[in-house]
Design a protein around this ligand. Structure first.
Ligand code: IMP
Ligand code: MG
Length: 172
């Protein structure tokens, strides 16, 4: 049986998100902000983030799949859902659950750039450092970890555990 070791509680997550939303609301005040959640992992985070942001903004989703059912990046990114919102002249904030190697994000940033937004920044719930391969600027991160495979609060292992309201380290 895999072991689940607690990393962040509901209260800790709630506090981190309200702080993040406060920063985002102040940075984008008066700007045409579009939050773009990266499916599937970011759906829970985005749902809480959007309700804590106090300025008007649009929401869209991008679908990317990189992991198959393992815990290491496949390095081949597949776009599973493209953007429907017109992004020209708008400020895009890409919302990720967790950034590991950075390969997915680098790919998605290039795709979003091709839609000519006024700016692109990155917001992630978890910034996981140890296996980073791409040099990417992460503008907003709620929490930093060095390593480990995390599940819960939208994050999965082989499509399981996304429903957990807390975040855990999965030990296989
Ligand atoms: P990257 O391309 O290696 O940065 O991986 C990005 C994607 O892989 C994330 O958006 C997640 O969907 C998934 N991923 C990376 N690390 C973890 C983890 O610890 N738990 C669950 N999913 C992860
Ligand atoms: Mg993701």
């Amino acid at each position: 049986m895999p072991e689940l070791v607690p990393v962040l509680s509901k209260d800790e997550i709630r506090e981190m998100i309200s702080e993040l939303a406060r920063k985002i609301s102040s940075e984008y005040k008066g700007r045409p902000l579009v939050l773009i959640g990266v499916l599937k992992g970011a759906f829970v985070f985005l749902a809480d983030l959007t309700r804590n942001i106090t300025i008007p903004h649009e929401i869209d989703f991008l679908g990317a799949a990189s992991y198959g059912s393992g815990t290491t990046s496949s390095e081949t990114i597949k776009l599973t859902k493209s953007i429907e919102t017109k992004l020209q002249g708008k400020d895009v904030l890409l919302v990720e659950d967790i950034i590991d190697t950075g390969i997915t994000l680098e790919y998605l940033i290039e795709y979003v750039k091709s839609l000519q937004p006024a700016s692109i920044k990155v917001c992630t719930l978890i910034d996981k450092h140890q296996r980073r391969r791409k040099k990417i600027k992460i503008d907003f991160a709620a929490h930093i970890v060095q390593e480990g495979f995390l599940v819960g609060y939208g994050m999965d292992y082989a499509e399981k555990y996304r429903n957990l309201p807390e975040i855990y380290h999965l030990k296989l």
